[in-house]
Design a protein around this ligand. Structure first.
Ligand SMILES: NC(=O)c1ccc[n+]([C@@H]2O[C@H](COP(=O)([O-])OP(=O)(O)OC[C@H]3O[C@@H](n4cnc5c(N)ncnc54)[C@H](OP(=O)(O)O)[C@@H]3O)[C@@H](O)[C@H]2O)c1
Length: 434
């Protein structure tokens, strides 16, 4: 059988790039059978060729200069797996302008410069796909764009960052403080040496920006998303959450209301009976509610060489199908066409139930003063726990769970409560997922 050849170039042979090369070389025959295409890994651009990657690259052109790849007229698809903003942005723009399809896993770039890149792709009648940028190996982008295309999305929420989920899981399972769980995650390779982007919630916000853009047909830059990380969570909070039958997870949330979109990333208490509470370690899970399909759940490995490469190759195959018709003339353009502008609802106007933890001096009247301030701000308490003093400085934790309250009322109350001389400044406020 005569298989149509599609020539592929990879820029960046790191974790993900190596996985893509491995699939294209090792699964070549399987992919041929399934797609009737000869996916030919023609060129790889990498700066450091000294590392042993356990790959047979004897049939591949291995170079260090990206322009040679980007200007090669035989290359049909460029895979960008170097990460970061530059030179990734310049490489992708140049590839699109040279009418090559591009596949990337670069969530930071898509969440910030996506609008510009989609425009360049559309102008040049080529596509830019990024399945691997959210949820690693989970086909969530294809799920939203294809499987669930008939739906308006009422809500999308889930665990989008494996590093923070691993840390929180270990804090729950082994009763660890945050710093110890982070150290363990770094030793096991689940957290980077510099984990800032993960633990600050920034990485999950990049991914939420991408999903929200697809779901709303409106470009959502990630810096418009309200973000809180997990660094303020202590072993004490984990123990309290467990005593209430709840688990703390870093959730990314998209909710669509008449007034606009509610988008946020923050640590959240989830009832143990919810499926998300059981999503452990580095795994990711995303719940999607569409107006026709109802509730769906996507679950699986959110990162790593093999899952991420699996998602990239699915994009490659998707694009390669274009070459099965009319000598490479495209029949579709998947680069997002953004049609609406949506209103984002400010965090102050969101309502939730809250978990409030204060460290207060162990003396009479403390609780009535705190609950008085909450009442003044229309916040009612649903449960309360106060532990006995076990610290030398005579401070004790008080935890309050509230009924649904407005975010700005809670903020006003907190500002007043921390001014009491019997309350330590480092309180914790978490939202409870309903
Ligand atoms: N790792 C994951 O599990 C995962 C999951 C989902 C998405 N992603 C995304 O995938 C992308 C790649 O991540 P990664 O973990 O594979 O990173 P990585 O291991 O650091 O790989 C990047 C590779 O690109 C090379 N490189 C850098 N600049 C280059 C240039 N100008 N020309 C050619 N090669 C260059 C690097 O070489 P040197 O090492 O010599 O600098 C390195 O080998 C990122 O956008 C990341 O966010 C990763």
């Amino acid at each position: 059988m005569d298989y149509r050849q599609v020539n592929i170039g990879i820029i960046g042979l790191g974790t993900v790039g190596t996985g893509v090369a491995r699939i294209l070389l090792e699964q070549k025959e399987l992919l041929k059978t399934r797609t009737s295409l000869d996916l030919n890994l023609k060129t790889i651009v990498e700066l450091d060729w000294s590392k042993d990657r356990d790959l047979d690259l004897s049939q591949v052109k291995c170079i260090t200069d990206a322009d040679t790849l980007l200007e090669d007229p035989e290359i049909n698809i460029v895979v960008e797996t170097i990460g970061g903003y530059e030179p990734a942005f310049s490489f992708i723009s140049k590839a699109l302008r040279n009418r090559k399809h591009v596949v990337t896993a670069n969530k930071a770039l898509i969440a910030t410069k996506g609008m510009e890149l989609y425009k360049i792709a559309r102008e040049n009648d080529v596509d830019l796909l990024f399945e691997a940028s959210v949820g690693g190996g989970i086909p969530i982008i294809k799920g939203l764009r294809e499987g669930l295309v008939a739906n308006r999305f009422k809500s999308i929420y889930g665990i989008l960052n494996g590093t923070t989920n691993y840390i929180l899981t270990k804090m729950h399972q082994n009763s660890l403080e945050f710093a110890d769980a982070l150290k363990g995650a770094q030793e096991k390779g689940f957290a980077e040496a510099d984990p800032t982007l993960d633990i600050s919630g920034g990485d999950a916000a990049h991914k939420l920006a991408i999903l929200s853009t697809i779901a709303s047909n409106s470009f959502i830059p990630f810096d418009k998303i309200y973000v809180e990380g997990i660094t303020g969570i202590t072993k004490l909070d984990i123990n309290f959450a467990q005593s209430f039958g709840m688990t703390i997870k870093l959730l990314a949330i998209y909710k669509r209301y008449e007034e606009g979109l509610d988008l946020r990333v923050h640590p959240t208490l989830i009832n143990d009976s919810h499926l998300l509470a059981a999503v452990s370690n580095e795994l990711n899970a995303i719940f999607v509610k569409g107006d026709f399909v109802g509730n769906t759940m996507f679950y699986g490995p959110g990162a790593g060489e093999r899952p991420t490469a699996s998602a990239i190759v699915s994009d490659i195959v998707d694009l390669s199908k274009d070459f099965m018709v009319q000598n490479g003339k495209k029949y579709s353009n998947r680069a997002i066409s953004l049609t609406q502008n949506v209103q984002l609802i400010p965090i102050e106007d969101i309502k939730s139930r809250f978990y409030l933890r204060f460290m207060t001096m162990d003396k009479p009247g403390v609780l009535s003063k705190i609950s008085g301030v909450l009442a003044e701000n229309n916040i009612s308490i649903s449960s309360m726990v106060q532990l006995e003093s076990h610290e030398k400085d005579n401070y004790v934790p008080i935890v309050l769970l509230t009924h649904e309250a407005l975010e700005k009322s809670v903020e006003q109350a907190l500002q007043k409560i921390v001014k009491f001389d019997f309350v330590k400044k480092d309180y914790l406020r978490l939202r409870i997922f309903e």
